[in-house]
Design a protein around this ligand. Structure first.
Ligand SMILES: [Fe+2]
Ligand SMILES: [Fe+2]
Length: 200
């Protein structure tokens, strides 16, 4: 049992609280059909939660676009896919693959056509170290929420990277990956807590 999990698993987020917009349940079900429930529960829903929290600072942001893109942003991931198949190339391109998957999927559920380009931009730009840069406020929120979820849901990262690499990764993320100041401030706070928990 790890030092920062207190010996018990965190409660699973309540679906009804996490998904609010009209199409969100259909989108979440689609994501669950392609990637593992564990990844959805431990990462995707946390990104949705952080993205909604960030929307509170940016009332001009389209919440339907943000929530949809947060749900779909990693749908192109293969290492958590069904079945999982890790290859460097496919993981490296998951933002591009995910964009294509979303482009095909969203019209099938009647998602507002005029909002689809912005959702696709959020997905293709969510990796802040890879082009393209997030340009819309919705894309900046999704990318920042994705980064922030690594800090607030550190157990997931720890399980996948190993304890010794987690703090080094988070430290790198702090210095280079945050687009929105509110997300950076929260991540810095979490990082301080984690350092204490990891007794570094
Ligand atoms: Fe990603
Ligand atoms: Fe992600």
């Amino acid at each position: 049992m790890g030092a920062c999990d207190g010996g018990s698993n965190p409660p699973r987020p309540k679906r009804d609280k996490m998904v609010e917009t009209t199409k969100a349940k259909e989108i979440e079900d689609f994501v669950r059909s392609r990637i593992s429930d564990e990844f959805v529960d431990k990462h995707i829903l946390l990104v949705v939660k952080e993205a909604k929290w960030l929307c509170g600072f940016y009332p001009e942001a389209d919440k339907e676009v943000v929530e949809t893109a947060a749900l779909l942003h990693d749908v192109g991931q293969t290492w958590v896919g069904k079945p999982p198949h890790k290859t460097n190339e496919s993981n490296e391109k998951h933002h591009i693959v995910g964009r294509k998957i979303a482009e095909t999927f969203l019209p099938t559920i009647g998602f507002p056509a005029e909002k689809i380009p912005n959702v696709l931009h959020c997905i293709e730009s969510h990796r802040t170290r890879r082009p393209p840069e997030p340009e819309t406020i919705e894309a900046k929120i999704v990318a920042s929420a994705d980064n922030l979820a690594h800090f607030t849901g550190v157990e997931f990262l720890r399980e996948n990277l190993g304890e010794e690499r987690v703090l080094a990764k988070l430290e790198r993320d702090l210095s280079s990956k945050f687009l929105l100041p509110e997300a950076l401030a929260k991540a810095e706070k979490e990082y301080k807590k984690l350092k204490k928990l990891f007794q570094v």
